[in-house]
Design a protein around this ligand. Structure first.
Ligand SMILES: *[C@@H]1O[C@H](CO)[C@@H](O)[C@H](O)[C@H]1NC(C)=O
Ligand SMILES: *[C@@H]1O[C@H](CO)[C@@H](O)[C@H](O)[C@H]1NC(C)=O
Ligand SMILES: *[C@@H]1O[C@H](CO)[C@@H](O)[C@H](O)[C@H]1NC(C)=O
Ligand SMILES: *[C@@H]1O[C@H](CO)[C@@H](O)[C@H](O)[C@H]1NC(C)=O
Ligand SMILES: *[C@@H]1O[C@H](CO)[C@@H](O)[C@H](O)[C@H]1NC(C)=O
Ligand SMILES: *[C@@H]1O[C@H](CO)[C@@H](O)[C@H](O)[C@H]1NC(C)=O
Ligand SMILES: *[C@@H]1O[C@H](CO)[C@@H](O)[C@H](O)[C@H]1NC(C)=O
Ligand SMILES: *[C@@H]1O[C@H](CO)[C@@H](O)[C@H](O)[C@H]1NC(C)=O
Length: 797
């Protein structure tokens, strides 16, 4: 410990003046450039465009556009699926489990195994002619509360700076490069891409100094590939510009500004519209100039990011004044840096604002498995929208951290996918309504993915995604959206469920279906005994999801003033008692499957059967203590057997234990996340490598769930505070369902004061920690309060 502190002190003393001023809860910063994309780049984005910045003397900026995927829409409807469906169901009912699974794989999986994959645009390479050996005073940083990033260093006595922003209002990425000495800045710039480049040229014609790369997703022109164009336009008064092939050289500059846009045929099928879009965004940006674009980008991002804030106390021993890579390294072996947890919380919100905005585009895309940051022609796992946990996890921080509008792009994707889901429902299940399986791509392709037994055949993707639409109403109170989008969508899914489910032992059940990505051992009274299988009837999570869809219809109808005797409301009401209730097994656990099958992977990373605990409320200790105890039994068993084996799984555990009000366990899994999963640039990884953004969002959500919960309709302050780890702290601007904005102070591990601001009136039910007594506006709280919109309520103990 002494040695560790000494090291911390030394590195702290060596830090530059600039870095010493950087708040360790807010900035990621480094004293050297990134050397590897996944472990070093700093990400910024305006939702549609992403940029990942290396920060070297030979600068590389990887650029993404969220509709740049690797091909056109595919028809992946399994032609023989519908005919096989009744046979599969008969086999499942007869406990012929292996044969049923095999029939699904041979008849119900699509002819093309996977969806399209998220691709990258390419790299902008900027050679400043500085040899890295001659560089001093190097620092690069990312401001998680404003979304900008910069690099600065000294070379040959001249200070060079580079600042980057991604502007949502202007729709471009912009950068400014400066030298402290007039005329000392020169750069050779070029775009590069691994493959499928159609043209790559530098130009100075007409006074516009540009690089333009055009490319394709690679299919033959007759197969309708996605086409794209990206342009970087450089502005540098007094400098000399020249071109050679795809390289633009600028010399003798003092300041160089660059504006970047990429557009694709996904949004602009006509080539002339696409070109016009690039031109109009860039000419508008150039005429505004860097300073205005920069200030507008920062004002826009900080208006969202500034709404909420948390403080978990000061890290000891100057730990928070170390560079971020040092802190991540320290946190691997011992975690004692609550400000690093806050930095990760802020980073999750930055990543969400940078990848999930309602822009002026007709269709926005939510963050995929890599957010909007990927450096390859096909991202890991296709960079898909994996909707059996990962896409949902990406949006968990939205409501609770006061960024509810970041969910809107998800609803655009759902709108794109809905007609495909309706076609799939007809062709594969003979039903009206909408069905998605466990992935979507940019085209909303909802077909089963792969031919892989433990994930492919899960027809519940839409039932989970639509929960985010209901949450939009609960947090934001937008009745128009509830009426025009959410309610019809819920009814469409309900229509599917009413048709798709079938009667088994007195319940309406799903099948063939599975418990995402897990398998069981076929018991001795079924065939083939001893085999590992995933498919079954009525996996427990499906029941919980269906219950939430039907309850959502009833809740939405009530909010919209639709009568409870309306036929749709009646259908939902009648459906609920027909859903199979949770069964409890031999060690008191929620049963994951229809029977208590043997487990093949007791520490499985997915926590699907505990969906009722988090993100849903069905198993909340405030709702049903029998079910919460059973969920806890299965959760504890999963953890004891090694669950949390991916970064996102570990952060789901944080959220789950927060819902059991166990702050110590939340902190334990936070520490375990830091021990294994983050890269030096704080990206979540799958297993120590391979960037996957979901865990970043799951962590932000999990930390917030310690401080505020509202899933049962009660505004619950400090429900799961790990008081011995973070005895003193505060939060401002967190949001509870019902539209209550919450500020909280705590010390000595318990609440000292809070305010709740009602943003839309309504009844306020409060709870503090484990149910202690408290006062509201000085009077002892004795039950729900009718609030007035715009009014603050002061809570004291
Ligand atoms: C993308 O990043 C990975 C991980 O950092 C790296 O191994 C790979 O070479 C990069 N690919 C390209 C095309 O730069
Ligand atoms: C899926 O795999 C099964 C064997 O597991 C095979 O019979 C079937 O043809 C495959 N389906 C497709 C569409 O490739
Ligand atoms: C972000 O912009 C602000 C100006 O609003 C500037 O002071 C700051 O240095 C920038 N930060 C980074 C990390 O680029
Ligand atoms: C999303 O943005 C569009 C275009 O700016 C705007 O018209 C629309 O009202 C926004 N949607 C919501 C729900 O705020
Ligand atoms: C599906 O909808 C169509 C048109 O509304 C209707 O005619 C048909 O009966 C419905 N089919 C099923 C299976 O409900
Ligand atoms: C078959 O075995 C399972 C698992 O042991 C058990 O739960 C189920 O009740 C048995 N079914 C019958 C019909 O005996
Ligand atoms: C809790 O859930 C169990 C199982 O579904 C049910 O039998 C019981 O009635 C529920 N208890 C309460 C208080 O709702
Ligand atoms: C929290 O404490 C600070 C500092 O004492 C105070 O300014 C603030 O009003 C408090 N907030 C609440 C919600 O009580």
């Amino acid at each position: 410990m002494a040695k560790f502190n000494l090291q911390a002190l030394l590195v702290g003393l060596l830090a530059t003046n600039a870095s010493a001023a950087l708040d360790g809860s807010r900035y990621l910063w480094y004293t050297s450039p990134a050397t590897d994309w996944e472990t070093g780049v700093l990400p910024i984005g305006n939702s549609r465009l992403g940029a990942a910045i290396f920060g070297g003397a030979n600068e590389v900026v990887t650029i993404n556009e969220d509709t740049l995927w690797d091909g056109p829409l595919q028809n992946r409807i399994p032609a023989n699926g519908l005919a096989a469906l009744p046979k599969v169901r008969q086999m499942l009912e007869a406990n012929s489990l292996t044969a049923a699974g095999n029939l699904v794989l041979s008849q119900m999986t699509p002819p093309i195994s996977g969806e399209r994959q998220f691709s990258y645009f390419g790299n902008l390479n900027l050679n400043f002619g500085h040899s890295s050996g001659g560089i001093s005073n190097y620092i690069r940083s990312l401001d998680t509360r404003q979304g900008n990033s910069s690099v600065s260093y000294t070379y040959n006595g001249v200070t060079y700076t580079r600042e980057y922003v991604a502007s949502t209002p202007a729709g471009v990425i912009a950068a400014r490069f400066t030298a402290s000495k007039a005329g000392a800045l020169s750069v050779s710039a070029t775009f590069s891409r691994i493959s499928n480049i159609l043209s790559n040229v530098a130009s100075t014609s007409g006074g516009a100094n540009t690089l333009t790369l055009q490319g394709s997703s690679g299919q033959a022109a007759s197969d309708n590939p996605i086409l794209f164009t990206g342009t970087a336009q450089f502005v540098a008064s007094g400098a000399t510009f020249s071109t050679s092939g795809g390289t633009l050289t600028i010399s003798g500059a003092t300041t160089i500004d660059v504006f970047i846009d990429v557009e694709t045929s996904y949004r602009y099928p006509s080539a002339s519209d696409l070109a016009a879009q690039v031109n109009s965004k860039l000419s508008a940006a150039v005429s505004q100039g860097f300073q205005k674009i920069h200030d507008g980008a920062i004002a826009d991002a900080s208006a969202l990011l500034g709404r909420a804030n948390i403080n978990l106390g000061t890290s000891p021993n100057g730990l928070a004044s170390l560079s971020t890579d040092q802190r991540v390294k320290n946190a691997r072996s011992s975690f004692n840096d609550p400000q690093l947890a806050v930095l990760a919380w802020n980073y999750g919100r930055h990543l969400l604002v940078a990848s999930s905005r309602n822009t002026s585009a007709a269709i926005d895309m939510p963050p995929n498995l890599q957010g909007v940051w990927n450096n390859q022609t096909s991202a890991p796992w296709g960079g898909k929208f994996t909707i059996n946990i990962n896409t949902e996890m990406n949006l968990w921080p939205a409501g609770q951290t006061n960024l509810i509008e970041t969910q809107l792009p998800l609803f655009d994707l759902m709108k794109v996918a809905q007609p495909r889901g309706q076609q799939m429902a007809q062709d594969l299940y003979g039903c009206n309504g909408t069905v998605f399986h466990h992935n979507l791509d940019v085209w909303g392709d909802p077909a089963p993915t792969d031919n892989y037994t433990s994930s492919t055949m899960w027809p519940m993707g839409a039932t989970w995604l639509v929960q985010h639409m209901i949450e939009q109403y609960r947090f934001g109170g937008d009745l128009n959206l509830l009426r025009s989008a959410t309610y019809p969508y819920l009814l469409d899914i309900s229509k599917f469920l009413q048709c798709y489910t079938f009667s088994w032992q007195g319940n309406l059940v799903t099948g063939p279906s599975l418990s995402p990505e897990n398998t069981y051992v076929v018991p001795s009274n079924a065939t083939v005994s001893g085999q590992q299988e995933p498919m079954d009837l009525a996996p427990e999570m499906d029941n919980q999801l269906m219950r939430d869809v039907m309850k959502g219809i009833i809740e939405a109808a009530a909010a919209l003033g639709i009568s409870s005797s309306d036929s749709n409301v009646q259908a939902a009401t009648n459906f609920i008692p027909q859903i199979r209730t949770p069964r409890i097994g031999s060690y008191g656990q929620i049963l994951e499957w229809r029977y208590e099958y043997g487990e093949t992977d007791p520490g499985h990373r997915h926590l699907s059967p505990m969906y009722g605990l988090h993100p849903s409320n069905q198993f909340s200790p405030l709702v049903n203590t029998t079910l919460s105890a059973a969920a806890k039994a299965l959760l504890d068993h999963r953890v004891a057997s090694g669950s949390g084996s991916t970064g996102w799984s570990r952060t789901w555990l944080m959220n789950q234990y927060a819902r059991l009000f166990s702050g110590a366990d939340v902190w334990k899994h936070l520490v375990a996340w830091f021990a294994e999963y983050p890269t030096p640039n704080l990206w979540n990884t799958n297993d120590g490598s391979t960037f996957q953004i979901d865990g970043n969002f799951g962590l932000t959500s999990g930390l917030t769930e310690m401080l505020l919960q509202s899933q049962t309709g009660t505004v619950h302050l400090l429900p799961a505070l790990p008081g011995s780890n973070i005895p003193t702290g505060s939060a401002q601007g967190l949001m509870a369902r019902g539209g209550f904005e919450v500020d909280i102070n705590w010390s000595g591990g318990s609440l000292t004061s809070a305010t709740v601001t009602s943003t839309r009136g309504g009844s306020l039910t409060l709870r503090v920690a484990g149910g202690q007594s408290f006062k509201v506006n000085g009077a002892t709280y004795s039950g729900s309060i009718q609030t007035t919109s715009g009014t603050k309520y002061s809570i004291t103990v």
